[in-house]
Design a protein around this ligand. Sequence first.
Ligand code: SF4
Length: 290
Amino acid sequence: KEKIFERAFGIDFVVGPSDIDKIPEIIKKISGKSLYEVKIWETDGSLRPENIYHTGFHADEKHSYVVISEGCSNFCSYCVVPYVRGALHNRRHNDILKEIEEAVDKGITSFTLLGQNVNAYHSEVDFIGLLKTVGKVKGLKEFSFLTSHPRNTSIELFKAMAGEEKLKKILHLPVQSGSDRILKLMNRGYNSRFYLDLVQNYRKIVQGGILTTDVIVGFPSETEKDFSETYGLLKGIRFNSAFIFKYSPRMGTAADKLPDDVVKAEKERRHKLILDLQKGISKAIRHPRE
Ligand code: SF4
C-alpha cells in the first residue's frame, strides 16, 4: 500500500472495488488540503453496499448490465480475480429484481446479467431460478448472461435457456485449453471430454444457440501436443467466435510459480494459428454459401 503512493507520486487515494461508495466522502476529506498532503487507502470493505447498484445511470438508453455476483472462488491457477475481487458473493434475489424493475421503469428493456462466474449464482434461488424470475419481469424484452464456467453448466441450464422465451440463445463458455494436462494445471475443474459433452447437449437442447469461448495459448509447459489438442478442439467444435489470449503471469497466482517457459515467439505463433483458424470458422458460419 505504501508502494503505490511512492511509485505514483500524484495519487491522493486508493479505493478497492468494494469501497467505491466511499469516494464522495474521501473527496470531501481531502478537498482544501494541500496537494499530496493526504494519502488515503480504503480497501477494507468486503461487499459493496446494495445502493451502489441503484445509481440510475445507464450508459445505453435501452440496455443495462446488472451485476448479480462479485468475485470468484474458483482459483483458476492463472487468474488474479479471486485475489483482487475476493470470494464469490451473490446479491440477493429481490435486490436484483428491484434493480431490473427500476431500469424497466426508465425505459430500459434489454439486460445482461453479469458475474465473473455468473452461473455459480446462488442466493434465495439458484441461477436457473433467477433466470426464470427475471424472464417474468414486466416490460423486459430480452436478456442474456456472462460469463459461465463449464463446471457450473448443466443440461438443466440448457433446458431453462431453451424454455425462456426472452433469454437470448447465447452461451459464452470459456474452454481455455483442449489439453487435459493443461486444464489440470490451470485448475479448471473439468476435462475436454466433459466440455465436449456440454457442447453436444447445448446444441441439441438450445437449437440454433450461439456458442463462444476464451482460449489461452502458451500456458507454462504447453507443448506442441497440448497446443494441437486445443487447435483440434476448436476445429471440431466450430465456435461462433473466440477470444484468444497469450498467457502472461499474474503476480501472486499459482501459475506465477511455474516457469513461463513458452517463449514469446512461440506464443505468438500459436496465437496466430488459432486466430486464423477461428477467423475462418466464424466467417464460414456467418456466410455459409461463400
Ligand atoms: Fe474465476 Fe474465471 Fe478467474 Fe477462473 S478465470 S478464477 S472462473 S474469474
